[in-house]
Design a binder for this molecule. Structure first.
Ligand SMILES: [Zn+2]
Ligand SMILES: [Zn+2]
Length: 343
């Protein structure tokens, strides 16, 4: 089968590889029916993911059908339609037992698929620790509805969960890219008093306005004043920083009211400055890090009951053979793209 492969920094290419086989009794083989491209794939391309292994098949966002399972896999069976989690995790170590699956100590724990082991931008993928890494898609949920469950939607869900949002809160979300909008959808489930989205791209602000008309919109330049005018206590009660641009970390804590929670979801290319003297007395709580992708089942239930719908984010569809074209569009943010579906 042809697999879209990380060759070296700056270079991805098609490579002919054998169909993967079971190795461990906890493995599963999944036939990929739909996949996507994530900004993290671009980070691999640009060489900013040092643990990415040259030669691996890319892709960590996918849905598919279980083809084969190892003898210890009980959670899914051949024929099941499943979402594949960005993180594989053992479910058994200290971190997994506390829900911190991103920090699972298993050799295959954390973000392995499409980074350290072969991923899903191809026809078949071996998923280790399949009892934890796969979730069955309800019959009434389509592949396209479930496509983002394992990665960007899981990230938004986790970000909204750890931000401890109440119905009295003004919530500021910085960034309305794919993860920012997924975060917005999950914040909306908490029904805060007000949601403000700050986004620099006019195209993306329009997208948010069109699909989520109750959300207030601002630009990075106006954001601080705008939040002051539209909050009850001199700043946002909760700030979720999903942009990861040069000035957005500073913007995040500047827009927060005293004693707010600032959740940093973004992955930065550069170190950020935490100017403690400037924020002395503001008594902020910062939460940072990568998604603990262990809520797939609950997210799928919310999709099934109609509470979350990410299908408007899938703006473009390509066959697997047109992967290069899909990457070009996604990387250059052409034609209003938010997410692509590779079928
Ligand atoms: Zn990703
Ligand atoms: Zn673990």
């Amino acid at each position: 089968m042809l697999a879209y492969t990380y060759i070296e920094k700056g270079k991805f290419a098609w490579v002919e590889k054998p169909k993967p086989a079971l190795i461990e009794p906890t493995d599963s083989i999944v036939r990929v029916t739909m996949s996507s491209i994530c900004t993290s794939d671009l980070h691999i391309k640009h060489g900013s993911v040092p643990r990415a292994v040259p030669g691996i098949t890319l892709g960590h966002e996918m849905v598919g059908v279980v083809e084969e399972v190892g003898v210890e896999v009980t959670h899914v069976k051949p024929g099941d339609r499943v979402t594949v989690n960005v993180e594989t995790f053992c479910g058994d170590c200290f971190f997994c037992k506390n829900g911190y699956v991103n920090n699972c100590i298993d050799p295959n724990g954390g973000w392995a698929l499409g980074c350290r082991i072969d991923g899903g931008q191809t026809e078949y993928v071996r998923v280790p620790l399949a009892n934890q890494g796969l979730n069955r898609i309800p019959d009434s949920v389509t592949d396209e509805q479930a496509l983002l469950v394992g990665d960007v939607l899981a990230t938004g869900f986790w970000a909204a969960r750890i931000s401890e949002i109440t119905q009295d809160d003004t919530v500021l979300i910085i960034g309305a890219g794919p993860t920012g909008i997924c975060t917005l959808l999950c914040v909306m489930l908490k029904q805060p008093k007000r949601i403000i989205v700050c986004e620099k791209s006019e195209e993306r602000r329009r997208f948010v306005q069109e699909h989520y008309p109750d959300v207030l919109l601002s630009t990075p330049e106006e954001c601080k004043d705008f939040v002051l005018q539209h909050s009850d206590h001199g700043g946002a009660d909760r700030v979720l920083e999903v942009a990861g641009a040069n000035d957005t970390f500073r913007l995040a804590w500047e827009c927060a009211r005293p004693n707010a929670i600032v959740t940093v979801v973004a992955l930065y290319d550069q170190p950020q400055i935490l100017p403690l003297p400037d924020m002395y007395g503001k008594n902020l709580t910062f939460k940072t890090g990568g998604v603990d992708g262990c809520d797939g089942e609950e997210i799928l239930r919310l999709i099934e009951e109609g509470s979350i719908d990410t299908t408007p984010l899938i703006t473009h569809r390509f066959p697997l053979s047109k992967m290069e074209e899909a990457y070009r569009l996604f990387e250059n943010k052409l034609d209003g793209v938010i997410k692509v579906a590779i079928i």
